[in-house]
Design a protein around this ligand. Structure first.
Ligand code: AMP
Length: 279
């Protein structure tokens, strides 16, 4: 496994060694867990070369405190990547990725950016797409792998890639979960043992919604979820939405020709957890 810190040496290496090879790319912010590794496993199967990036992108954070607190452990991450058989790791500095200063480009995602996460994290997706497009320009992957855990991000990147007409296929990967159903996330490490145990309520609720969908009136489903979290001792509901998978607009009436997903965001103290399921 080779680790590159700067754009020039990575590109020089790729130009010399990887012409005519398919490149599977997994962008990450590090603090790697089994969810990230499931993306790398998929990339390994379908490409000649697997590249992972580790970059904590400042422009996608809304709160300076969150950026500061973001877990960083490069040594452990590199060990995990080596073990799994990743070929190349790109770990650039902020100045390498933002040579003209830490600002994100402004994009238009046809309204997708204003739904769900966009309401609570203004500017977040401009930051994400700025860095993903920069990484695509540097690495020129054949396929890039993104988790359905961040479904809105995945959809926005697909839209952006379509608009920019970059020759990269965006591959969506299922959510990897802990044995109790909690979607794997670096934030889970910040939960207390009790909070982590009780966090199974998030996926359990989504599974209940899935089983009630098309059987119960939508408003009853919304009320059930809201009431459950109102009474919950650990988790506060930030949002729960059943949305069309293409527009992410909350649905009021089910159209059987469309596909839907249920999305949830909850807080345990200051730790924000998100999850979603296909309905
Ligand atoms: P991050 O390091 O949080 O930016 O995540 C890097 C990639 O891993 C993103 O495409 C995420 O959607 C994906 N990811 C994070 N957690 C999971 C999970 N539990 N299952 C599947 N993919 C995940």
């Amino acid at each position: 496994m080779i680790v590159f810190k700067d754009v020039a040496s990575l590109q020089e290496f790729l130009n010399k060694n990887n012409k005519n090879k398919t490149i599977g790319f997994v962008p990450t912010m590090g603090a790697l867990h089994k969810g990230h590794l499931s993306l790398l496993e998929k990339a390994k199967v379908n490409n000649d070369v697997v590249i992972a990036s580790i970059f904590v992108n400042p422009t996608q954070f809304n709160k300076a405190e969150d950026l500061k607190k973001y877990p960083r452990d490069l040594k452990t991450d590199l060990n995990l990547l080596k073990k799994i058989g990743c070929n190349i790791v790109f770990t650039p500095s902020v100045s390498e990725m933002y040579p003209k200063g830490e600002v994100s480009k402004q994009y238009d995602f046809n309204g997708l950016e204003y739904e769900m996460e966009g309401k609570f994290r203004p500017g977040h997706f401009n930051g994400v797409v700025t860095i993903v497009m920069r990484l695509f320009d540097i690495i020129k992957p054949t396929k890039a792998y993104f988790g359905e855990k961040d479904f809105q991000q995945l959809l926005i990147i697909k839209k952006m890639e379509e608009k920019a007409q970059k020759p990269v296929s965006i591959i969506s990967c299922p959510i990897y979960r802990e044995p109790n159903g909690l979607a794997t996330s670096s934030r889970n490490e910040r939960l207390s043992i009790t909070e982590r145990k009780k966090a199974n309520i998030i996926y359990k609720t989504l599974c209940q919604v899935k089983s009630d969908f098309e059987k119960k009136p939508l408003q009853d489903i919304y009320n059930d979820v809201e009431n459950l979290f109102k009474a919950h001792s650990v988790f506060d509901l930030e949002y729960f939405i059943i949305a069309d998978v293409l527009t992410l607009k909350p649905t009021e009436m089910i159209d059987t020709t469309k596909k839907y997903r249920a999305f949830i965001s909850v807080y345990a103290n200051k730790i924000r957890l998100i999850d979603n399921v296909a309905l």
